[in-house]
Design a protein around this ligand. Structure first.
Ligand code: PLP
Length: 374
């Protein structure tokens, strides 16, 4: 018989989270998550799910009936979207200008799809002309792009131009809105996006675990008319929607407290108002960007496609990027992150998301950064 390990109560250090996510959890979300569980068929719980759907439609700016929270993190939502929309033999077009476009390609391959790419350098957005050329060359069935690339701090502009190209070729458009949802301007229906997913732990300031996902009727038809079953039973939207829709059939146990938290996070979005929230992110991140420039640091992304929720800052020659990250953590309890993938060692990634996107955090970070660079 093994004896119980000697553990003490977990004493969470108090951090200011300004990395690429998670962001700090909004206090009201924490409170909502500490309430008692309900059964997954309890009418009160089903009402919470209805509220989540309605609040998500507002947050995505969509009328999509298929709007839900997937059980899992952003990657589970990405895999749900791709695994349902891409059938073996389909072609999916993905971007090469960042880490998460690459992940889209990996998941499409696992779904049995042929993956083709549209190129842009890391740190730059896709150009509509290149997307059009890729469509002419490959005729893909699904086009995936990253609205807010967390590895490069680039916001994809010209979204309606990209979706027009895809629709002219009869393809579906999937947008990764993990780092943009509720923090950066996004009009899903108006911009012609057929399917999208977000993240609870970025600009929504909730915990990871229940991830927003939505699909319009065109995308839903594709899923419902598949010739083969979706590879994953757990992520099969046709089955999952029998629980979220009128049937209310059991599929898997919902992550109860995650749903409480997500509902509260989305209520906060609705109370603040989407446009005010986008403006707050722009304003607070603008102060951060300017303050860092005054310290002699340069943003890596051009202002034109700058992503307020995730700021990439060039590491000056002769500065040890990880030593600065460690200094901020040890001396000021502030988390920022190093570059990811091709930008590793070249940039810092500083998040300005949701409850973390507050002037007091920016002021503290600028003070700490000035000291770190001395
Ligand atoms: N897509 C983007 C743009 C991301 O930034 C991330 C994570 O940071 C993901 C997808 C994957 O999300 P998760 O880590 O929650 O699985």
């Amino acid at each position: 018989m093994k004896s119980p390990p000697d553990t003490s109560e977990f004493d969470t250090p108090s951090r200011i989270l300004m990395g690429p996510g998670p962001s700090m959890i909004a206090p009201r979300v924490l409170r909502a998550m500490s309430t008692q569980a309900l059964g997954y068929m309890d009418p009160a719980f089903l009402e919470i799910m209805d509220d989540i759907q309605e609040l998500l439609r507002y947050t995505f700016q969509t009328d999509n009936e298929w709007t839900l929270a997937t059980s899992g993190t952003g990657t589970a939502a990405m895999e749900t979207a791709i695994g349902n929309l891409v059938e073996p033999g389909d072609t999916m077009l993905v971007p090469t200008n960042g880490y998460f476009g690459d992940r889209m390609g990996k998941l499409a391959r696992r779904a049995g799809g042929d993956v083709v790419t549209v190129d842009a350098p890391w740190g730059e957005p896709l150009q509509p002309a290149d997307v059009a050329d890729a469509f002419d060359e490959h005729q893909p069935d699904v086009f995936g792009f990253i609205h807010a690339e967390t590895s490069t701090g680039v916001r994809q502009p010209n979204v309606p131009e990209l979706t027009d190209i895809a629709h002219d070729h009869d393809a579906l458009v999937l947008a990764d809105c993990v780092t943009s949802l509720s923090g950066v301007e996004l009009h899903l229906d108006e911009w012609g996006i057929d399917a999208a997913y977000g993240s609870p732990q970025k600009c929504l300031s909730c915990t990871p675990g229940a991830t927003p996902l939505t699909m319009n009727d065109r995308a839903r038809e594709k899923v419902l008319n598949r010739e083969t079953d979706t590879g994953s039973w757990y992520l099969d939207l046709d089955l999952v929607m029998e629980y979220w829709g009128d049937e209310r059939n059991y599929h898997h146990t919902a992550p109860t407290t995650n749903f409480y938290g997500l509902r509260e996070a989305l209520r906060l979005v609705a109370e603040e108002g989407l446009e005010n929230r986008w403006e707050r992110h722009r304003e607070v991140a603008g102060e951060l960007r300017e303050g860092l420039q005054q310290l002699g640091l340069e943003p890596a992304a051009e202002k034109e496609y700058w992503l307020p929720s995730l700021n990439t800052i060039e590491v000056p020659d002769g500065v040890d990027d990880t030593a600065v990250i460690e200094f901020l953590m040890q001396e000021y309890d502030i988390e920022i992150a190093s570059g990811l993938g091709a930008l590793e060692g070249d940039v810092w990634r500083i998040g300005c998301m949701g409850y973390s996107a507050r002037r007091q955090n920016v002021a503290c970070l600028l003070t700490a950064m000035e000291e770190a660079l001395e």
